[in-house]
Design a protein. Sequence first.
Length: 55
Amino acid sequence: MVLQIRDRETRWKTVVALGEVNTPAVEPLITIISEGPNEAKMPAIWTLQKIGDIP
């Protein structure tokens, strides 16, 4: 899962790619926001905003 990716750039790109699949990505993105490393939280929030799940 995304939380296990150690490379920051790869993790960022993976989080953003989750946004491309829309609805199936919502739960993994929420998990990243609640449990993930700080540097993964902002791309997850941005991605949820992009797919319209948060304002």
